[in-house]
Design a protein around this ligand. Structure first.
Ligand SMILES: C[S@@+](CC[C@H](N)C(=O)[O-])C[C@H]1O[C@@H](n2cnc3c(N)ncnc32)[C@H](O)[C@@H]1O
Length: 232
């Protein structure tokens, strides 16, 4: 597995399909094996992009979500951040002709960085949390919480709890075969809403479950409480 060397003190990461050599196939594989049109459409509906939004996409990969968000709301400001140079290069190529405020940064997401002149209104991430170690899942969610203003939404689409034996089996022979067992198992056991609640997000919800040939992809949302809600 290609675990790219991270900046000092940062965790290693897996490229989009775990092996660098497979990155050119990423869009094809996702389209063929994840019912991509269905879950991306549902995810974008859940994000509900609005003209004034500043959307931060953690692990933005090859830019497919940026394209979909742009089609839904061309005026949004969007920053995608991803440690994988090749994925970011592809994302920039894919969106180069759009007259919009779409920007991609190479690097790790961190609450210490400023991505816009004001805090993001929404932080989103798709198909990232399942492939990072448990501590990194926790850190990404914690940093998202710290960076979001009160009342703002975190939204993720990813492999979630695999309830049926068929979905567990499909997940095992595809995603876990590629991304390994250790990092992916917590997702299949339903860790994401638990981490969101542990971090302090409220109204945590699994709003959709989409069965795919590689397992169920769930959409989870949570809101950063405002001061009144945080105290109650
Ligand atoms: C499976 S791809 C998903 C890409 C994109 N979000 C999508 O929906 O197609 C996972 C992406 O997460 C990035 N990634 C891996 N580890 C990461 C980390 N610790 N923080 C942020 N992004 C990470 C990878 O470089 C890769 O581009």
């Amino acid at each position: 597995m290609d675990n790219e060397q991270p900046p000092q003190g940062k965790p290693a990461y897996k490229p989009p399909l775990s092996y660098k050599v497979l990155t050119p196939l990423y869009d094809l594989v996702i389209a063929a094996l994840t019912r991509e049109r269905v879950w991306r459409k549902a995810f974008i509906q859940e994000i509900s992009p609005q003209t004034n939004d500043r959307i931060l996409d953690v692990g933005s990969g090859t830019g497919s979500l940026a394209l979909g968000l742009h089609q839904a709301a061309p005026e949004i400001r969007y920053v995608g951040v991803d440690p994988d140079e090749e994925a970011v290069r592809r994302a920039r190529n894919k969106t180069t002709n759009l007259k919009s405020s779409i920007r991609f940064e190479i690097g790790y997401f961190s609450a210490e960085n400023a991505y816009f002149e004001e805090p993001p209104t929404k932080i989103i991430t798709s198909l990232v949390l399942h492939q990072v170690p448990l501590e990194e899942k926790r850190r990404i969610i914690r940093d998202a919480y710290d960076l979001l203003p009160e009342g703002a939404m975190f939204c993720t689409a990813d492999y979630g709890r695999q309830k049926s034996w068929l979905m567990r089996f499909l997940f095992r022979i595809t995603v876990q075969a590629l991304d390994g067992i250790d990092d992916t198992r917590p997702n299949a056991e339903g860790i994401i809403p638990v981490l969101l609640e542990e971090t302090g997000f409220i109204r945590v919800c699994e709003t959709k479950r989409i069965a795919t040939p590689t397992g169920v992809i769930s959409i989870y949302t949570g809101a950063r409480p405002d001061r009144m809600e945080g105290e109650s």
